[in-house]
Structures are given as C-alpha cells and as structure tokens.
Design a protein around this ligand. Sequence first.
Ligand code: ADP
Ligand code: MG
Length: 383
Amino acid sequence: MKVVGILGGGQLGLFLSQSLARLGAATAVFDPDLEAPTHRHTAAAFPYPFTDQEKLRQFEDLSDVITYEFEHLPVSVLSTMAEHESLFRPSLKVLAVAQDRLMEKCFLRDKHFPVVDFLAIEKKEDLAAFEQFGLPCLVKTVRGGYDGKGQKRLKSEAERQAFLPELLARLERGETMVAEKLIDLSLEMSCIVARQKGRCVTMPVFENVHKDSILDTTVFPSSLSRELDAGVRKLACDIAAALDVEGLLTVEFFLSGQDIFVNELAPRPHNSGHLSMQAFNLSQFDLLSRILLDIPIADCEPISEQAFAMANILGDCYYRDGDRSTLNMKALEQAPGFVELLLYGKQEPRKARKMGHLVCRGATPAEALHRALALRKALSSPS
Ligand code: ADP
Ligand code: MG
C-alpha cells in the first residue's frame, strides 16, 4: 500500500486523506498540534514539533511521496528534508516561491504575469522609496502571513508616518515586507489547476468574498463572461507550467474594472475549492490524490446545471448554550437547497478560526449564495 506523507494536519489534510483512502492509499501526517483534525484519520500521526529531526526522518522513511497542506513550513523542516526533494509533490522549489510573498511577486512579474504594483522593503535604505510609494497601500509580511495576518492598510500620509517606527522595528528584527498598491476590487476569484507530467486540468473559476481578509463565501459558477473565465484559466495554467508544478496550484486573482491581477499562489488544495467536493465529478482532493498516486487525472466537470455556494463557519458563528459553544442543528431541518455541512472537529470555536463550512445549491448563483448565508445565520441563532 502506498503511503502519502502530509505535512500539516488541518481540514485540507483531512479531506485529502479521505480522498486518498478511497484510492486505497494510507497517510502519515506531521503536525505539531495534537488536536489537528487529520491526526484522527491516519494510522501514522506525527504530533511533534517541526524541529524534531528524528521524527521528520521517520516520517520521510514511511512516506512514498510527500505533500503539504500549508505553505508556511519552517525553513528547518525544508532543510532537513532537502535530501529527499524528489519525494515532494509539488516540489520544494515551488514551495520556496509560494512561501515567500516577495519571491512570488518577483517571479510573476519577471514572467510577465499581471501583478499589482509593489515595492520590496528589505532594509532601512528602502524606507525612502516606501515614503514615495503611492497611497493607499498595504504593507504585508513576506513570510508566514495568512487570512490577512501580518498586513497593514495605510490610507493617508499621517497613517504611513505613524507606521514607520513599527516598520523599522520589523526590519531590525530581520523581517522583510512588501508594500502593495491597494486597488478597488470589482471581484475576487480563484482558479485551481491540477498538473500532472505537463498535463494541466483547470477547475472553472470560483468567485470569492473575503471578510476581514478571511474567505467568507465561494460561489460557482462565477459571474465572469465565458471569455474572461477562459482567460483566467489559461493564466492559472501558464503559471503552473512556468513553475513546473506537479500537483495542485491555486491561483488567487483580483478583478479591478476590466483588469485582472494575480494576487497570490498556494501550491495545495484551497478553501475556495471546497465546493468541488459537491459540485464536480472530481474534487480538488481527488485530483491531488491521483497525482500523488500516479493515477491519470481527468477533466473536471460540473455534475449538474445548478449553482453552488460555500459559506465558511468560523468560531464566531457559535453561540453559548450553558457551558458549551454550539450551532443550532435544527436549522438543517428546513434549509432549502442544503447539500452538506462539514465540521472539522476542532475543539475550541475561537474567533476567526475555521471550524467548518456548508454548501447549498440553487437555480442561480445568487439563490445558492442567499441560501448558504441564510442557513449559516440560522445555525448561529438559538431557536
Ligand atoms: P493572505 O495571504 O492573508 O490571504 P492576501 O494577499 O490574499 O493575503 O490578502 C488577503 C485579502 O486582502 C485579499 O483576499 C483581499 O481581499 C485583500 N487585499 C489584499 N491585497 C490587496 C490589494 N492590493 N488591494 C485590495 N485588496 C487587497
Ligand atoms: Mg489570500
């Protein structure tokens, strides 16, 4: 039996292991968090710190192929595993680009993919150029940021000046930052590409709404025209080819007026692709599983004419009932278009923590979205 090593044991790892299990494979899961959802679904849980070289070696020895479900793996892990680079899908080279926002942006710009104007802030001397950089802008950490963490929005000169001491302190701590023009977003979207030995299969474009920089909802089909949808898919495919990805690549895009920009890359399954489990013949996890197990991939097709919407359930959605936090499951009894509720089994519903998600369908994207939002609201309200 083939063993797939997964670095990271969150919900993405969980759904990936379920898909792998259906193809007869086993998993080994490395995540320092004892309560990581995927640990409960693997025969080989490695709940050890990423600095534990011996455990990392055992994990490697057990794995026929290795993938990762988040890109912010500590450099220590990557250097320990560099000797086994050939086991990684996608490769460590792809990971190196995707885990460094500046490297990612430079790569995209050098290859002439459209990116929003940006400026690297790597040392004290870059501050002069930063003071000339157009406002409004966003300053983002180059490493470790996700769900909007490590980002600062600057709208006015006064805000910029007030931020300078913090920026300087960060530079002195050895952090690198990137300033990026804040653009008017007409919409946000993502495209997931599966690439196997040079063959690219793209999912249709998903339309995403973020709240407080965290993905809130995804809708399929998107409101893009056929031409724009095809253009975005081609861009995503070309980026995957330029990086020589073997595995999945999710490309996040911005649409501003008629202009398309690449926002960021994730070389793994993505929260916006969750509805592929209900809406398509093959989910993002199935496509990745096939690539990891060397089974030919196939085109990804919608299973019906209907529209689908996914709404994330954050810890904020839970309410107190006595001494426990809960959701009102009665809401599911009368939920039109309800398809599936998935809960990740995380213990504490902390604010902004992704606890689960739900999927609804409808005759139109607007109807599916309306139903998903109404159901989420009902789940969050005591009856
Ligand atoms: P993260 O790695 O935290 O997902 P992103 O760069 O994707 O970071 O930013 C999170 C969200 O912040 C985006 O989905 C978008 O809503 C908003 N955002 C980021 N960059 C810009 C920008 N240049 N202009 C406008 N909005 C932005
Ligand atoms: Mg993002």
